[in-house]
Design a protein around this ligand. Sequence first.
Ligand SMILES: C[S@@+](CC[C@H](N)C(=O)[O-])C[C@H]1O[C@@H](n2cnc3c(N)ncnc32)[C@H](O)[C@@H]1O
Length: 210
Amino acid sequence: MPDEEASSAARWDERYRAAAAPPFGEAPNAYLRMVCARPDFAARSALCLADGDGRNGRWLAAQGLAVTAVDVSAVATEQALALDARHGVGVERITADLAEWTPEPGHAWDAVFLIYLQGTGTLRRRALQLAAAALAPGGWLVVEGFSKAQGARPEMGPDDPDRLYDLAELREALPALQVVEALAGRVLLSEGTRHRGEAEVVRYAARRVG
Ligand SMILES: C[S@@+](CC[C@H](N)C(=O)[O-])C[C@H]1O[C@@H](n2cnc3c(N)ncnc32)[C@H](O)[C@@H]1O
């Protein structure tokens, strides 16, 4: 594991261990739900990258999707598995670093979700590329994260501007996908104790055509 990501795993382990309740809440991310509600969204399998303690993967599994989830934090993954069991859903959960993890050859998903991976630009680009490569034909890639504009709002999100998203970078990292929505702006987040209040975000949904 590269040094930077090893320290990232330790940091996230510590945050999840210290949290009295799931830090981003138990309900799924609002944008993920919006995309899933679209009439043209009919995914039967999903890959959730950086799924943390599992709210998104768990909700997708409860909707009947076959879900694989990856997160660098072993503590978050353990907590996710315990919550999955409590809710009676099964999610394949993998503890791995997205700087290095690659799916089994030939494995593809109808939807890949990348919700608030707050990594460096290098990690983000690698995660986006592996997400795009993991899509089945017609598959959806759905991303939400704090945008560069959130840098001026220190109450939430990463301090380091390299860990913030912008739409140009997403388009550049995902040249082969058909953009369905590419939005940047202010939303009111109400997701646990950590993502609460007005925030500047990007919301990006794109599809593999053919
Ligand atoms: C802000 S949390 C979001 C968690 C989840 N997506 C959600 O919305 O509830 C960011 C997550 O990214 C994970 N993460 C950070 N760096 C990672 C890496 N290199 N590989 C995999 N996961 C990583 C953290 O462990 C953490 O669970």
